[in-house]
Design a protein around this ligand. Structure first.
Ligand code: SF4
Ligand code: SF4
Length: 554
């Protein structure tokens, strides 16, 4: 195996034996083979579009296939084997369709070379493991070409995750799906460095559009998030803990648990669900339990009730765990031994009755903390406070905004983000989204004239809100360049969705981003050099040096 798609990768080079995340070699290889098959489908999908006969029947499959390979999403080899088999059938169906459409249009058979991803055939899944060894990341020998292809593919995985959430709520755009196919197919071609760089920037543009679409889907379905004090204590009823990012699952779980005597709590990235009007109305929606994803081995134990994983963030269970029998997965998430809740049929709902019945047999959650945390500062809420914020900037009460969005993770070096939050001058405001917030959202950092010093926009996809806020401030202050705002970016990354967010920021022209705790291993020295020269991306330094530099706009 060779995997370097996340920040935890071994020695910041690549996992080669077993993932630091716990991903076994077999699973990693099957994921590589699935990506290879998705590339094959995309080769024909792109060609059909060029012929003017775009085929939309594989959009969801490609999106979900990419999403399933994200860090900490799916550990179930049987699911990957099934997806590869289905993918090969889909590809061959598309091939037949393309060859026939080509002949009809040109009057002759298609006779140009096709990449192996488009032609490799087998009827036997027992050869998957062997084949996977030759189609992974290292199959591209040139390290700069490999770096650019992987930067694109990894960003694409993040885009796919957000596109899937939007699609579940009925929001899809052909341009986004077309780009996914164009980008996957591009990795089978010999392109110039400039062409590959252009595709990476187009991924940034597509990430912006996808996050905008998801924002539209969320706010249309559930209203605009509003300032909310989220309870972090527990009640006396048994509860269900829901984590991940899928708000449709959240909606259906709340509806189905109403009146059952079972409470609902969020964990990790589902915390912002507490701030949506459509969810706040439920009395049995108690609040948030615990912290970010990597605390789950401990916190899922003490929760005592069933846990529903709606997207990635699943950490392998310890051998002595007690919660596998109350662990439920759904959507693209999979884990051997956990019960998978089947997808909803068209127009239907998922059936969470097994979780609810299980919860009734469980104790209420063990209290691990008490109090509240404040959330709900997505773009609509912040823009409602725009006058107050602008006045505070003009009067000098707010000197600087520091965007500390992104991810949390296990590494001790991430204490940096807690220390930055603690040591930033009191006239700074932290803008955040994603699970990085758990590094400082329970600190008493106070407020500036009633504006909390930590404004939490929501999940990592809600980083889009931070861009909307920045663009609005640029307009209000009459600035030409987004980089002239009193805003610094000190971003933490962990997995592929954060890469999509990073590409989105680069596309929007944001420069001078600090990225930590380490720069991505998939950036070759030459590609990293280009990013540094073009966008002034830099690794984090010491807390003191970085705060001093940010306060003078560097
Ligand atoms: S997802 Fe991260 S930790 Fe897991 S195998 Fe890949 S690089 Fe390693
Ligand atoms: S914030 Fe980062 S680690 Fe957390 S879910 Fe989003 S991308 Fe993953």
């Amino acid at each position: 195996m060779f995997c370097f798609q996340c920040q935890e990768t071994a020695k910041n080079t690549g996992c080669t034996v077993k993932g630091v995340c716990g991903k076994p070699e077999e699973t990693a290889n099957l994921q590589d083979l699935l990506i290879f098959v998705l590339k094959g489908i995309s080769v024909y999908g792109e060609k059909l579009k060029e012929l003017g006969t775009a085929d939309r029947t594989n959009d969801d499959f490609i999106t979900q296939g990419l999403f399933a390979t994200i860090t900490n999403a799916n550990w179930d080899d049987a699911r990957f084997t099934g997806m590869i088999q289905e993918g090969l059938q889909r590809r061959d169906h598309l091939k037949t369709k393309f060859l026939s459409a080509y002949k009809e249009k040109n009057g002759s058979d298609y006779d140009r070379a096709l990449p192996e991803a488009a032609t490799w055939v087998t009827a036997n899944s027992s050869v998957f493991a062997e084949k996977a060894k030759s189609v992974g990341i290292l199959a591209t020998e040139n390290e700069d070409v490999r770096s650019l292809r992987e930067l694109l593919t990894i960003g694409l995985k993040g885009i796919a995750a957000y596109a899937d959430h939007a699609a579940i709520l009925g929001f899809q755009r052909d341009e986004i799906n077309d780009f996914m196919m164009e980008a996957l197919a591009s990795t089978t071609k010999e392109l110039t460095v400039d062409e590959m760089g252009d595709l990476v920037m187009k991924a940034g543009e597509t990430a912006v559009n996808t996050m905008a679409l998801l924002d539209q889907a969320h706010t249309t379905a559930y209203g605009n998030p509003e300032i909310t004090e989220v309870n972090i204590g527990v009640g006396n009823n048994p509860g269900i803990l829901i984590t991940g990012h899928d708000l449709k699952d959240m909606e259906e779980l709340l509806k189905q648990t109403e009146g059952t005597g079972v409470d609902v709590y969020t964990h990790g990235e589902m915390l912002p669900a507490n701030c949506y009007p459509a969810f706040k109305k439920y009395d049995h929606f108690v609040g948030n339990y615990g912290g970010s994803w990597w605390h789950q081995n401990k916190e899922f134990e003490s929760f005592n009730g069933p846990i529903l994983l709606t997207t990635n963030c699943l950490v392998p269970l310890k051998k002595d765990n007690t919660y596998l029998e109350r662990l439920f997965t759904t959507g693209v998430v999979g884990y051997e031994g956990a019960v998978n809740i089947a997808d909803r049929s068209a127009g239907g709902t998922k059936d969470f009755s097994t979780l609810i019945e299980k919860a009734k047999t469980c104790s209420s959650p063990t209290e691990i903390e008490t109090g509240t945390i404040v959330g709900g500062f997505a773009h609509h809420q912040v823009l409602a406070l725009a006058d107050k914020v602008v006045d505070a900037v003009k009067s000098g009460a707010i000197k600087r905004f520091v965007v500390m969005a992104g991810c949390d993770g296990r590494q001790k070096s991430r204490n940096y983000y807690t220390e930055v939050a603690e040591n930033l001058p009191k006239d700074t405001v932290i803008l955040t989204a994603g699970c990085a917030k758990y590094r400082y959202n329970k600190l008493a950092l106070g407020d500036i004239g009633g504006i909390p010093r930590v404004l939490d926009a929501g999940q990592c996809n809600d980083s889009y809100s931070l861009a909307v806020i920045a663009l609005k401030l640029k307009e209000v202050f009459g600035l030409e360049d987004i980089n002239d705002l009193p805003v610094s970016y000190d971003i933490a990354w962990y997995e592929q969705k954060a890469v999509a967010v990073l590409l989105a920021l680069l596309f929007l022209g944001v420069k001078g981003i600090r990225l930590g705790p380490t720069l991505p291993a998939f950036l070759s020295p030459n590609v990293a050099k280009v990013l540094v020269e073009k966008f002034d991306i830099k690794p984090i330094g010491t807390v003191e040096e970085d705060i001093a530099a940010m306060m003078v706009g560097k």
